[in-house]
Design a protein around this ligand. Structure first.
Ligand code: ATP
Ligand code: MN
Length: 146
């Protein structure tokens, strides 16, 4: 049913929990997990030092996706990692198209979101516009539910 599952990651706890879900699903369906980190160009201005900043985001992307691939492979699941540059939701949707992704699994929240929002802005845009199913995973079991 699912062959290629995309887990976009920003290195947050939410993305990490999403990875756990994706690895379990991939094991059940014998699917491949794709870990994608997007260097958010809109967060990096044109000022001096921007090149260094982009490089350090790229490095963080490599480290984060490498760790995700290792976690998936340790669970016996095929996995590939990749780092893109752009606006996160746009790059995620492009990746879905280009790699025949059939399920996206992502956190309800990421690194910067405030708890009062139902969904982070990247997840909200992907949920609204993706042509494949999107599974959202809430981080932090210690948050009180109402
Ligand atoms: P904000 O809207 O302020 O960014 P947030 O950081 O809490 O709030 P999102 O950015 O939407 O919320 O993060 C939710 C999920 O989206 C993350 O758990 C991750 O799966 C994915 N995500 C967010 N940013 C990126 C990124 N740069 N690259 C890849 N995936 C991302
Ligand atoms: Mn975010």
């Amino acid at each position: 049913m699912y062959e290629d599952i995309l887990v976009p990651t920003d290195g947050s706890d939410g993305a990490s929990r999403a990875l756990d879900e994706a690895v379990d699903l991939a094991a059940a369906f014998d699917a491949t997990v794709h870990s994608l980190y997007v260097v958010d160009v809109s967060a990096v201005g044109p000022e001096t030092g921007a090149v260094d900043l982009v490089e350090s985001f790229e490095q963080m992307g490599e480290d984060t996706t490498d760790a995700a691939v290792t976690r998936a492979r340790d669970a016996g699941v095929d996995a590939v990692g990749s780092v893109a540059t752009g606006r996160p939701h746009r790059s995620i949707l492009d990746y879905v198209e280009e790699n025949d992704i059939d399920l996206v699994v992502m956190g309800t929240h990421g690194r910067t979101g405030l708890e009062r929002y139902l969904l982070g802005s990247v997840t909200e845009k992907v949920v609204r516009t993706a042509e494949v199913p999107v599974l959202t995973v809430r981080a932090g079991e210690d948050e009180t539910e109402e």
